[in-house]
Design a protein around this ligand. Sequence first.
Ligand code: AMP
Length: 192
Amino acid sequence: MNIILLGPPGAGKGTQAEKLVAERGMIQLSTGDMLRAAKTSGTEMGKKVAAVMDAGELVTDEIVIGLIEEKLEGEQGGGFIFDGFPRTLAQADALGALLEKHGASLDAVIELAVNDEVLVTRILGRAAEAVAAGGTARADDNEESLKTRLMAYYKQTSPLIGYYHAKGALQSVDGLGAIDEVAVAIAGVLDA
Ligand code: AMP
C-alpha cells in the first residue's frame, strides 16, 4: 500500500508517518527530512537549498522529484508513506509517472485537515520544546518562515486536494484531535 499524507506544516504528517512506520512497517519518505540531511551533511545540493528552506519557500520540483526517484529506485516492494511530497501539481504528476514506472499505484491520499491557529501553536511549541530539551529548533520553525510556509501551502500545495479528489483518491481526516485519535482515523481509512 502506498499513501500520501497531505496537509499544511504542523498538521501532523511526520508524527502520523512515524506511527505508521512503527505499527505497520511502512516506509516513510519525507522530502523535508532528506533535504535537512543534505543541508546538515553539506552536500552541494544541501548548500543550494539551505537558504530557500530556512525562509520557508519550496525548493525546486527538479530537486525533490530527483530525491524521490532515487529512493524509489533503491527500495523494493512498496508500503511507502509520502510525507511532505508532492507539494506541487508538477510533483504530483511526476509521482504518478514514477509509481507507474515501478508497477506500483497510489492507494490513498489522506488529507489531515486542521486550522491555522493550531498550526502556529504546534510549530512554535515544537520549537520551544526542542530548545527546552537542550537542542536547537528547526531553522524554519519561527514565526516569519512559518508565514511563508503557510502561504506556500495554500498557493502551491492545496490545489492537490482538488487534484486527488478528482482522481477519486482523496480521504480527509480530522487532524485536530489527539495524536492517537488521528491515528485511529487514519487506520480506519487504510483498513476500509
Ligand atoms: P517539511 O519538513 O516537509 O516541512 O519541509 C521543510 C522544507 O523543505 C519546506 O519548507 C521546503 O523548503 C522543503 N521541502 C520539503 N519537501 C518539499 C517538496 N516536496 N517540494 C519543495 N520543497 C520541499
